[in-house]
Design a protein around this ligand. Structure first.
Ligand SMILES: O=C(O)[C@H](O)[C@@H](O)[C@H](O)[C@H](O)COP(=O)(O)O
Length: 270
């Protein structure tokens, strides 16, 4: 259990900002610029950059324009990386989100040290509750520093969304949608295999500085339209509403945004 009670957000969250790009390459370029801006602001504030990421198609899109840069814009030594959700398998298992991120991203960045990447404790795979508590302690270690925190405030959380509107490992109608206390929780009945996972919870999501959903392809059209145009459905992704000054952004390609009527914003020159 988290050592501090969650804060109830007091102000009304801002509506999501939707960016739609002609294709996945443009999306990746702008996403990289956005991440670098978030990084720079975070370093200015606290001299480090805390990021949580999901698995799925995201790591590849994220890595594309961040790795192999020669402009020195990415301050890799300041990054501290967590997983928004993780599957309870060994780290070298192909279902592992760490394994996927490492394959697509981390292993291609020699400057990134292993200790900057917060993985689950795989010695606890047989005890999801304990493993989840141990991962929560990793967050406590990173966030309960000089400032006394009620909730971890990630500089950036990057998420994908499944066809049913799930994000992290928070699935429609699952009791974990109501979790108000734990920062990290186990789930043993995930409808998307593998069934055993851990996930960060809304107390973490809804206190982040910035959250960005990232998705591409026509397979996302319907779920994206539902999540943005029909908040009354309360899909897990629509419930992501960081408390002010936090903001939520959607980075998608035109194929994914074809159905939604939600207004597109122009991506700023960063
Ligand atoms: O571990 C997981 O299963 C993911 O973290 C999950 O939340 C993912 O982000 C979405 O299912 C979208 O996945 P795609 O990007 O592959 O569609």
């Amino acid at each position: 259990m988290a050592p501090f009670a969650p804060d109830a957000p007091t102000k009304t969250p801002s509506p999501p900002t939707l960016y739609s790009f002609p294709d996945a390459d443009d999306l990746s370029k702008s996403l990289a610029a956005f991440v670098i801006k978030a990084q720079n602001e975070a370093i200015e504030r606290r001299n480090k950059f805390t990021l949580a990421t999901s698995g799925g198609s995201l790591p590849k899109m994220l890595a594309k324009d961040l790795i192999n840069r020669t402009d020195g814009a990415v301050r890799w030594d300041k990054w501290e990386i967590f997983f928004a959700d993780e599957r309870l398998v060994p780290l070298d298992h192909e279902d592992s989100n760490y394994y996927l991120c490492d394959k697509e991203f981390f292993s291609k960045v020699p400057e990134l040290k292993r200790e900057q990447i917060h993985t689950i404790d795989t010695s606890l795979l047989d005890d999801p509750e304990e493993l989840s508590d141990a991962y929560e302690k990793e967050l406590v270690g990173a966030f309960a520093g000089k400032e006394s925190v009620r909730n971890p405030v990630f500089d950036l959380i990057l998420l994908g969304m499944g066809p049913d509107g799930h994000c992290c490992s928070l699935f429609p109608s699952h009791p974990l949608l109501e979790e108000k206390d734990r920062w990290v929780a186990p789930i043993e009945d995930s409808p998307k295999p593998p069934s055993k996972r851990i996930t960060i919870t809304y107390p973490v999501l809804n206190h982040a500085h910035r959250i960005a959903f990232v998705m591409a392809g026509e397979g996302k059209q319907e779920s994206l339209a539902k999540a943005l145009d029909q908040p009354e459905l309360k899909l897990p992704a629509s419930r992501v509403k960081p408390a002010p000054p936090g903001d939520v952004y959607w980075f998608a390609d035109d194929a994914a945004t074809k159905q939604t009527k939600y207004p597109r914003a122009e991506f700023p020159k960063l």
